[in-house]
Design a protein around this ligand. Sequence first.
Ligand SMILES: *Cc1c(COP(=O)(O)O)cnc(C)c1O
Length: 397
Amino acid sequence: MDCSGCNKCTEVNCSIDTKCQQLDRSLMDKWGAISFPIYQTATFAHDGFGGSTGYDYTRMQNPTRQQLESIVAYLENGKDALAFSSGMAAIATVMELFSPGDHFIVDEDLYGGSIRLFNEISKKNGLEYTAISLSTEDITPYIKPNTKAVYLETPTNPMMNVTDIEKLSQVTKEKEILLIVDNTFLSPYFQNPLDLGADVVIHSGTKFLGGHHDTIGGFVVVKDEVLDERLRFIYKTTGAGLSPFDSWLILRGIRTLAVRLDRAQENALKLANYLKRQKHVTKVIYPGLPDHPGYEIMKKQARGFGAMLTFEVDSEEFAKSILNNVQLIYFAESLGGTETLITYPITQTHADVPKEQLERNGITGRLLRLSVGLEGIADLICEFNRVFAIADKELSR
Ligand SMILES: *Cc1c(COP(=O)(O)O)cnc(C)c1O
């Protein structure tokens, strides 16, 4: 592992498992608390005129949040990370980098909230964008003189399309366009887009980083100092920083990122193979299956395939019956926690996406998304056997 830029150790190259256990020691107080304290304060005292501890006001900096930011930057091999009160706040802040008249290119399959932001807020602010399929199309013909950024997820939410980040970055670098990657689905444990040529990495910290479905947070990670300064300025001005307590929760979540993701991924692969064999399942989309079109790219650019999978059943009624009858699995939006969640993108995460776009992307009433958790795999399979049998019976009546 390349640890260049790391100032945490001098002799050993830390694995990411080890990185998850590190604290930024320069921030530790004289008591040496290993569970980093929650600095629940709005403001900080100055030691006379001109005297400063480096902290003024929590909207700008807070030690707990800074500890978290330092670790997330470390995990993503970035220079700086900014912690936000949600993933959407992180994305909205990145969009403040642009001015009226600027154009950006986005992948057409994205988290529904991002599509809503681009349609309802960015457009109102004078930005224009073109949505294309970045996993299959070349961006060159879509680049205009005012194109400032390319925005994507890989794998995408919920269709799990995979884009070759390094290949795309060759074009964005040449054209001096920012490459922005939402890395929520894989987390830094499995993928580091900055190492592959991305300029900005975004996370919904609500998901795998937090990992327990107990807090909302978001991150922006960058390498470039000028870009970082711009973002820090917008950050302190618009004020969507993560609270000290929520920072502490995500710090705690990161401690177990590696073991959680190893187990969740193992379950996801087994469940994908199980689902493929089921009579009413018409499609299983998991990038860890060798027949997934992005499988080879994933093997090249990521260290794993993640714990998200999408599958399609043969009727909308069958999908709804599954949602009505799950017991061990929760029917809920969100992902990345310890419990397995089943989501219905068409009415949940993607409810505000225009109908034509849903159709184009294949988001139908027959599509279900799973965030695979840490339960015993036999119990998950048992749960599916049970709900499939109920649905089968209900629909053959
Ligand atoms: C959840 C999610 C977001 C938004 O994050 P919040 O923390 O819910 O604001 C953005 N991108 C992806 C891929 C997500 O799954």
